[in-house]
Every structure is written in C-alpha cells, then in structure tokens.
Design a protein around this ligand. Sequence first.
Ligand SMILES: [Zn+2]
Ligand SMILES: [Zn+2]
Length: 371
Amino acid sequence: MTIEFDAAVFRAPNQPLTVEKVTIPSTPPPGEVLVRLRASGVCHSDLHVLRGEWEAPAPMILGHEGAGVVESVGEGVTTLKKGDHVVLSWTPSCRRCRYCTSGRPVLCDMVSEHSANHLSFDGRSRITSADKADVYSFAGLGTFGEYTLVPESGAIAIRNDAPFPQSALVGCAVTTGVGAAVNTAGVRPSDTVLVIGCGGVGLNAIQGARLAGARRIIAADISDDRLEQARLFGATDLVDSGQEDFADRVRRLTDGRGVEIAIEAVGLPRTIESAYEVLARGGTAVVAGQVADGVKISVDPFVMSDQELSLIGSNYGSSKPASDFPLLVDHYMNQRLDLDSLVTSEIGLQDVNEAFDRMKRGIGIRSVITY
Ligand SMILES: [Zn+2]
Ligand SMILES: [Zn+2]
C-alpha cells in the first residue's frame, strides 16, 4: 500500500522545482515513522542545492525544516506513537556509534554515511516518482512534500499546543543559530558577542546570546532592514559589516579589546576571516554559516597561538535534537524566544519557487509552506 502526494522536486540546478505526484509506502519499515508534514520552512541550504553550489543527486525532494504529526510507526519504535506532534531532525542518530554515545549525535556515523547522501539508514530511498524512479529526500527528510519516512531518532516529539509553522523552524534555523551561541560558543554573561549576518541563523544566534545572558550583542549586516530586525531579537549594537573600517568599529565598541565570541552566519570567506580578526585575546570565532563547496579561508596562525584564539565549526548548533527541540519549543511558548517574527510569509507548496525568489532578493526572513 502506498500514499500518493504532491512534492516539490529538484531535477537540475538553476531550474525551478517541479511540483509533481510521488508515492511513499503507507506502512513504515521497522524502526521508522511515517510523518504527515504540517509545515516546512524554506531555508538557505535548499537554495545552495538549487543553485548548484552543493553537489546533490536528482530527482530529490528538497526541504529539511519540518514539523508535523506522526501518522504511523514501524515495528520496534518505542519513543513515538500515532498522533504525536514532532519536529524533524536532519541528523537522525544511530544511538550506538562513538559520537552518539559521547553526546555528540549530530556527528553520528549514520548521518555522514546516509542522511548526508539524502537516503534512509539502509542506504535506499523511500519515495518513488510517477515514472517509477527512486526519489532522494534532502538530508533524509524532504519536507517539501506532505509525507516523509524517517528513522525514529529523526522525529522528535514536542508539546502538542505549539503552532506548526514556528515549530518547523526549530528543525533548522532556530537550533542552528541558538545552538551556535549556547552550545558551540558556550556564551556566558560576561561575554560580548558579535553576530555577522542577520538572516534566519544569525537572528537566532542573537536571541541565543540573549537567552544565555550575554553582556553585549553586536549585530553586523550589510542591510539596514536586517539590522533593525536584529535589534528586535536582542542586539544591543548595530554595525554595517560592508564598511571598510568594520574591524575598527567593532574594536571601538569594545574599548579596543575585540569580542569574546564572534559567530559567522553568512557563509562567505571574507566574513569568516572578519569574525576571526575582531576577536579579543582568548576569543572564539564560530563558523555557523553554510559555505559553497570548495571555499577556503586564510587566517594568521601566529596570532592564533600567541593570543590563544579558537576558530571552531558549528553543525546544527552542536545540538542534541532529542532534548534541545522540546526545550526550544518551550522557550518559544514561554516567550523567551521569538519565533513569530521569523515567519514572514506562509505559503502553499505551489508557491515554493517564489519563496526562493524572495530569499535571493533578501525579502523577509522565512517563508513557511503549510500543508
Ligand atoms: Zn536549513
Ligand atoms: Zn551514531
């Protein structure tokens, strides 16, 4: 038995996604759950694939930032049941490898082996196109379609009174941004934090720094509109990162010292280098932005050792999705995190290509597809 549904499918770079009929088994294989999506964010990482900046197989259902309801569970599933509200995780974890057992599930062996290749844990796809071809699911999720099959650990139960569009964003931008500040950087109340890039990830890094009690939060972007939004999310100081004297201006704001933490949320070599260059002695620069394949950066290693600087990467906010997703949803419901202002348009699946046009032109923060 199969279920037929519409999905937005990537067939080749730099072409619009095509909305087409696909099918999925109605009975989950052992260890998997069938989720009926209610909302999916449209994220910059989807655009990387669409533009051909990330190598990706086709045909593939894009989308990796989803929330929905468990429709049915496969044999052996114990943590989820039909009717549970869930946020999907693009790092489902095996719970057995050395990363899972040492508290770093986003680095799980199974993620690098299969989910990152847009397949299920058995290395196969679950979705079939109208012409009977296997269809990949982006990051093993493919949330630009109403149904998906994921490993049990790829669907995290949340409270059932949270709205789906806001909850969906917890599945990528919110966890990535808040986690970069709270988990990866470990922001403390004595820290001055610089966030470069005030898009979906950057604004969440700003509110993560606020949640962690940062002394001062400097937001940097080249767009005045985005800087104004940054203030709403908790930035205390705003700087135009496109200016020649960007580093000087950050130093002036910090009495010449520089910042303890700099979070890069753009994904460009120049902004990553800038984040590193404005650190105070002993400071940490966090790369949270997603760069195109093959990009390189240049830093001064003498300064790195002399001043004990750290340059570290943050994948999915160094999160533990199973505990962090429900926590972040709680913070939202208790008004400690603003997710409402992130959702700047709710659209139907048919309008997904226009959402990418808005993203390219820098209009709004997040478009969310609702089913
Ligand atoms: Zn994303
Ligand atoms: Zn694992």
